[in-house]
Unconditional design. Structure first.
Length: 202
């Protein structure tokens, strides 16, 4: 429908929601259903403040499309700067994925969308602008290695291979000539053990 490369979308969800504890461990993902780091200023849906909804305790229920404050970092003048920013809150992941696709189809991301049929070029153009005159990069992130990290995730976890679904479903790596990966069940989580011995939360 939106024609955004699914493998890049998945890589962004992995990268944007990760902390030192693993994939999907950020408070932005766990509490606000936002795995893409979408800022509140980029929201596609305006929250309604016509009526405040109260919960059973008498306290107001957070607007499902409201703002969510979270710590993040940006690169400014070559320096890493830690800050608290306002991000978009979503009622569920379906709405988050839809908003992410709509965002990448917007005019701001036209340079990336124009090469959407080549996922590597698409990922490359999501990287930060190198100058005010840079018209090839869209600046989804200010991280200079953002595009390279997305491409690395797609390649490492074969996110562009439709057989990856079979791998997750059966635990058997369907790749030809590749070392076998297998799904390992532990007491509290389901993880994939890849040929290099790393474990990743699916």
């Amino acid at each position: 429908m939106y024609e955004v490369p699914a493998c890049v979308t998945l890589a962004q969800a992995i990268l944007e929601s990760a902390t030192s504890a693993g994939w999907g461990s950020s408070s932005l993902f766990r509490i606000a259903n936002n795995p893409f780091g979408i800022k509140f200023s980029h929201r596609a849906i305006e929250p309604s403040h016509d009526q405040q909804v109260l919960g059973s305790t008498g306290l107001p229920i957070p607007d499902p499309y409201g703002a969510f404050d979270a710590q993040t970092w940006e690169i400014e003048n070559g320096q890493k700067k830690v800050m608290v920013a306002q991000f978009q809150r979503f009622p569920n992941l379906t709405e988050a994925f839809k908003a992410h696709a709509q965002l990448l189809c917007s005019p701001h991301y036209q340079a990336a969308f124009a090469v959407r049929h080549d996922w590597k070029q698409f990922a490359e153009r999501l990287g930060p602008k190198t100058s005010p005159l840079d018209s090839e990069h869209c600046g989804y992130s200010t991280n200079p290695s953002y595009s390279a990290e997305l491409i690395k995730l797609v390649v490492l976890y074969r996110l562009n291979d439709p057989r990856a679904v079979e791998w997750l479903a059966t635990g058997q790596d369907p790749g030809h000539g590749a070392s076998t990966g297998r799904i390992v069940e532990s007491s509290d989580q389901r993880v994939i053990e890849n040929p290099a011995g790393r474990r990743m939360n699916p």
